[in-house]
Design a protein around this ligand. Sequence first.
Ligand SMILES: Nc1ncnc2c1ncn2[C@@H]1O[C@H](COP(=O)(O)OP(=O)(O)OP(=O)(O)O)[C@@H](O)[C@H]1O
Ligand SMILES: [Mg+2]
Length: 369
Amino acid sequence: MNSPLTGIIKDKRLIVCCGAGGVGKTTVSAALAVKAARMGKKVLVLTIDPSKRLAEALGVERSPPEPVRPPISKLRQIGISPPGDLEAWMLDPQVIADTVVEKYANNKEEASSLLSNRIYKNVTAMVAGMQEYTAVQAMHTFLKNDRYDLIILDTPPSRNALHFLEAPKRISRLLNGRIFRFFIPSDTSLIKRAVSTVLNKAMDISLGKTNRVELTTFFSLFSAILSRLNHNAGELRSIFKQKDSSFLVITSPAQEAIEEALYFEKKTRDDLDMPFNGYILNRSLANTNHKNYPDESLFSNHIISELTLNKVKDLAEHELAQMKAHTNLLENIRKRLGPSLFAEALPYISDGVSDLETLATLVDALPSN
Ligand SMILES: Nc1ncnc2c1ncn2[C@@H]1O[C@H](COP(=O)(O)OP(=O)(O)OP(=O)(O)O)[C@@H](O)[C@H]1O
Ligand SMILES: [Mg+2]
């Protein structure tokens, strides 16, 4: 029988990897993608801000206009051969936001006016929100045209990563918000227009005319784009809820990461009602598949000289204690989740995961079937 994780890779069409910052979401997304491609799937991994070295190792440049297949030689090196195939798309938040503006603005003039708008350039929070939203839209297109058997979606490093799933609510709140109503030019009534003229004058005095015009332009153009994005948000959400989608929470054994992981579990499963399937405990000593960790026999057999024994023993004991703690942690997560969900551990690779060899090590440590 397949392990639950292998089952997910085999059966799902979309896997979303979420979790706290720096726990290895991007790395694990890449490892799962390699595993799936080794199993013969055509896979797209949509990653956000991967480490430069990992992107280079895979031979894919950052933020190209569309997904890129690593060179065949690299695919072979990590054990991928036809029918298995892997493409990667590294998204750059700013490039993505600009693409959305170009795509959804009414015309070229509006697009370039917004792109050169100082406020647009500086409202990074909104740009960041658009980034996930757009990633999801791109993914939607790929799912529809059956170009891939499986899409693995990496998410950015924050709780905001799941905002795209709440986008309809958030966007309409924004659109209905007082700020928007205040700024969006209104031509409904004479009185309103008169009030608006007075307000504009007042703002000209307080903000300076250029700033006021930029603000108004930003809000009016941006609101149109947001409402268009909002249009198919419902459909996007329904994709995430489908049975062939899966949410995995990636975490490290660190206390803060575990706390964040619980937040993501609750958010996806309970608040958003998404198909949450389980945990990957990355950077953990509970997985000993990839190298020999010290064991008690090291001390009893006196393999190492008396002189260095104490120092090495301290280190080894620390590592053994960590191994035990991580194994307990994994067991506790498994117990709490019950039989319908899973938790798998991935090893801590001391040199980090920034080349194909170490990535392959991580893939090899995934359940073999
Ligand atoms: N199993 C592992 N063993 C050792 N190092 C790892 C492991 N997994 C990831 N790393 C390293 O940890 C760092 C962070 O990994 P990664 O970028 O995948 O995390 P992330 O969760 O995507 O981060 P962010 O939240 O910033 O997007 C990288 O340097 C990566 O090489
Ligand atoms: Mg990342």
